[in-house]
Design a protein around this ligand. Structure first.
Ligand SMILES: Nc1ncnc2c1ncn2[C@@H]1O[C@H](COP(=O)(O)OP(=O)(O)OP(=O)(O)O)[C@@H](O)[C@H]1O
Ligand SMILES: [Mg+2]
Length: 208
């Protein structure tokens, strides 16, 4: 295939406290141990400029309009994909990214009510249509996730359990819409069990 990417782009998605960071870091170690060149990165704040945007997005202490929030995430993404993700994939690496385009659909779309068609358009614009080859959605019950996040919540995590349920529903709808790209992992299980399932999904994908 002519347009085939040299490396692979895998994203880790799901509501707050589902285990994205835990599992993406375990997968990075696993892939490196098996000899694959891997880059772990995250949103917001994966590129140098985005670190400032991350501070605002997670810690700004005041009202943030949903559209403002969406544009800040998208600005962060545009810089991240062009300066970090794409060059690494083009050089043949496996890029693991903790949150990406689906987070904007789930949080600012399903969670905060911005029209999904518009978000899709804006995601296309921000990424130049550079989408993941594989996306793992870690699906967890809202009560379990709230317990995992604990009392020390950032701005996005402070939205409450009704918001969490909308976000979770958004991710499940996305998985229905893109069954080839998005795989759901049951994240209610232990870290070890979730890791086994994640590893299987990644290996199945890389073997194709
Ligand atoms: N399967 C699991 N069982 C029990 N605890 C877990 C599990 N996975 C992660 N945790 C714990 O729950 C907390 C949240 O996990 P983690 O930070 O990986 O989630 P996250 O999806 O990255 O959250 P956020 O969206 O807030 O970044 C951590 O303290 C982690 O150790
Ligand atoms: Mg995390």
């Amino acid at each position: 295939m002519e347009n085939r990417k040299k490396g692979f782009f895998i994203t880790f998605e799901g509501a707050d406290g589902c285990g994205k960071t835990t599992q993406s870091e375990l997968i990075k170690k696993y892939l490196e141990d098996t000899g694959r060149k891997t880059l772990w990165t995250r949103e917001p704040g994966g590129a140098e400029l985005g670190k400032e945007l991350r501070k605002i997005l997670l810690h700004y202490d005041g009202y943030v309009a949903p559209e403002c929030e969406a544009f800040l995430f998208l600005a962060d993404r545009a810089q991240h994909v062009e300066t970090v993700i794409k060059p690494a994939v083009d050089s043949g690496m496996i890029v693991l990214c903790d949150r990406y385009t689906d987070s904007t659909v789930a949080y600012q779309g399903y969670g905060k009510g911005i029209d999904i068609t518009r978000i899709n358009y804006l995601n296309d614009l921000a990424t130049g249509k550079f989408y993941p080859d594989l996306t793992l959605v870690f699906d967890v019950d809202s009560e379990i996730a709230q317990k995992r996040v604990g009392a020390d919540k950032d701005r996005m995590e402070s939205e409450g359990s009704g918001f969490h349920q909308k976000v979770r529903y958004g991710y499940l709808r996305l998985a229905e819409e893109y069954p080839y790209r998005i795989k759901i992992i049951n994240a209610n299980n232990s870290i070890e069990q979730v890791f086994e399932d994640t590893k299987k999904a990644v290996e199945n994908f890389l073997a194709v």
